[in-house]
Design a protein around this ligand. Structure first.
Ligand code: ADP
Ligand code: MG
Length: 563
């Protein structure tokens, strides 16, 4: 064993390790998927860097992953000849968790195994999942381009600390040795391992190699070392024909891509040739990641150019309001030495972005045909999608169709009513779509503004999410009908009021002009004007916002932001 020093894990890692081993035990086999996934990422990273500097291959450009067992030692080894890690990489990657929001995430774990396993699944477990089955994990790694004596040894029992030392690494890449717990010896069986590789890693684009069965030998003869065979299909999934890919394969690929444990809700796989030349495979997750509202959370697609991995989290291919989409875009329209800066201002990228945006919206429209599934989507991501109404004028109409609202019609807070549903229920003579924004559903539903609408049986959409007022400021028309905020300005119900009612309103105005004038004088510091109204049937008075003033919700948001 090399000379080593002992280091403590970051507190969050300690906590996560403990909870993970406990909560994910019933899914323990996923450790193999995670380690193969990392090995495959490492190969991608190396081939990307080698585009600029082929010497990094050190004469060994056949990237692959090798899985090997040692029955006597009770070890399972996963080795790759990918990018490898320097000492600093090892300390950063295998000793800390750098993601923002990690502490809050860990705090949200409850000790309830089922709930926690789902949450941890959304968080993504990665390398540390090795400790679900291993009592000790050793890592031997040497980074491409560094000298053999710059290799690193890392070892831990997952109990709060790790050993770090030097290692002489002739072979570039990373070798991970799992010392399996006694009760996990099933993972020494090559039959079992092959099954798992096919199940979880068939889509991994480089070969996963495993040892052949040892050949039978005559008595006394030493057995020849068995050869290697490929255990997975090793073709990038998005390059295959849709009709040849099973749902299970898509789901496994999604998990590899997203670090999510749950199945995706839906996906869209396309190959486009012509003016643009690209393949895309886009997924809608079933659950929002824990960090969806973190500003610096990673988002974007995995970018390949001509089958070569270029970068993770390429943000330029989808608008911000579709940040929950995971996927791959592989294009022949960009050059292999494209950089983030180039992506920023590239016309092809802009075209790809608009094409991919349409794909996602198309996928959502299709999904909305299945009310239950779509509801699941809306509940997780509706608040993000709504931002699109303010950002993406070109697709505003589609986005409006995709929105769901609470409404006086359903009588509860669930956002289930579409604008099309509303329009279909409009009363004879009703020309507008009425809505009300408030800071909570209860306040909206109890608002005195609704009284006249209740009396006349007119449906009103009830909005109470933080961004609703902002969003509705951009959404003025749907299906050739104006949308009207019923808490603003003077209420004009148009043809919904008969002449008699209009006359009555005017008469009241005249009759009470003296009173409203006096009230206005008394409240002149606080209100613009005072008038009588027919909005109310039970309440004596209510506040309204002037037609073009900022609404109460918007005002609060700006106040909170210190404006
Ligand atoms: P993730 O894959 O989501 O980044 P992991 O916990 O799986 O998280 O891995 C943490 C980091 O450790 C990786 O991002 C990578 O930098 C590094 N790493 C893990 N396995 C390998 C490997 N086989 N080769 C090179 N780097 C690796
Ligand atoms: Mg990983």
């Amino acid at each position: 064993t090399p000379q080593t020093e002992r280091r403590e894990f970051q507190t969050e890692v300690k906590q996560l390790l403990h909870l993970m081993v406990h909560s994910l035990y019933s899914n323990k086999e996923i450790f193999l998927r995670e380690l193969i996934s990392n090995a495959s990422d490492a190969a991608d990273k190396l081939s990307f860097l080698a585009l600029q500097d082929a010497a990094l291959y050190e004469g060994d450009g056949t990237l692959q992953i090798r899985i090997e067992t040692d029955e006597a030692a009770g070890t399972l080894t996963i080795a790759d000849n990918g990018i490898g890690m320097s000492r600093d990489d090892v300390v950063a990657n295998l000793g800390t968790i750098a993601r923002s929001g990690t502490a809050e995430f860990i705090q949200s774990l409850s000790g309830d195994q089922k709930k926690d396993s789902r949450l941890i699944g959304q968080f993504g477990v990665g390398f540390y999942s090795a400790f679900i089955v291993a009592e000790r994990v050793e890592v031997f790694t040497r980074k491409a381009g560094l000298a053999a004596d710059q290799g690193v040894y890392w070892s831990s029992e997952g109990d709060g600390a790790f050993e770090l030392g030097d290692w002489h690494g002739e072979q570039r890449g990373t070798r991970i040795v799992l010392h399996l717990r006694d009760e996990e010896k099933e993972f020494l069986s090559s039959w079992r391992l092959k099954e798992l590789v096919r199940k979880y890693s068939d889509h991994v684009a480089i070969p996963v190699m495993m040892r052949d069965e040892p050949a039978k030998t005559e008595d006394g003869e030493p057995p020849a070392e068995p050869g290697w065979s490929q255990a997975n299909a090793a073709t990038a999934l998005w390059t295959r024909n849709k009709s040849e890919v099973s749902d299970e394969e898509y789901q496994e690929f999604y998990k590899h891509l997203s670090h999510d444990f749950n199945d995706a809700l839906s996906w869209s796989h396309n190959r486009v040739e012509g003016k643009l030349d690209y393949s895309s495979l886009l997924f809608i997750p079933a659950k929002a990641p824990f960090d969806m509202w973190q500003r610096d959370a990673s988002r974007g697609l995995k970018l390949y150019v001509q089958r070569v991995f270029i970068m993770d989290d390429a943000e330029q291919f989808l608008p911000l309001y579709l940040r929950f989409v995971k996927g791959v875009v592989d294009t022949n329209d960009l050059s292999l030495n494209v950089s983030r800066e180039i992506l920023q201002n590239d016309r092809t990228v802009a075209s790809l972005k608009s094409a991919l945006t349409k794909r996602v919206l198309g996928m959502l429209e299709k999904l909305s045909g299945d009310a239950e599934k779509y509801q699941g989507f809306w509940n997780e991501f509706g608040n993000v999608l709504k931002e699109g109404v303010t950002e993406d004028m070109a697709n505003q109409e589609t986005l409006a169709k995709l929105m769901r609202f609470a409404s006086t019609e359903t009588g509860d807070a669930a956002q289930t009513v579409s604008l099309a549903d509303y329009v279909a229920r409009m009363k004879d003579g009703q020309e507008k779509i009425y809505y009300l924004v408030s800071d909570s559903h209860a306040n909206a539903a109890g608002s005195p503004h609704l009284e006249v609408f209740r009396k006349k049986g007119i449906e009103v959409l009830l909005l109470s999410d933080r961004i609703d007022e902002w969003v509705m400021g951009y959404l003025n028309r749907f299906d050739e009908k104006d949308l009207e905020d019923i808490s603003r300005g003077a209420l004009d119900l148009g043809a919904l009021e008969d002449e008699q009612e209009k006359q009555a309103q005017q008469d009241t105005d005249t009759a009470f002009a003296g009173l409203t004038g006096r009230i206005a004088e008394l409240l002149q510091q606080d209100v613009d004007s005072v008038r009588t109204t027919h909005r109310l049937t039970d309440s004596p008075a209510c506040l309204v916002v002037a037609e073009h003033d900022m609404g109460a919700q918007m005002r609060r948001i700006l106040e909170a932001a210190g404006q």
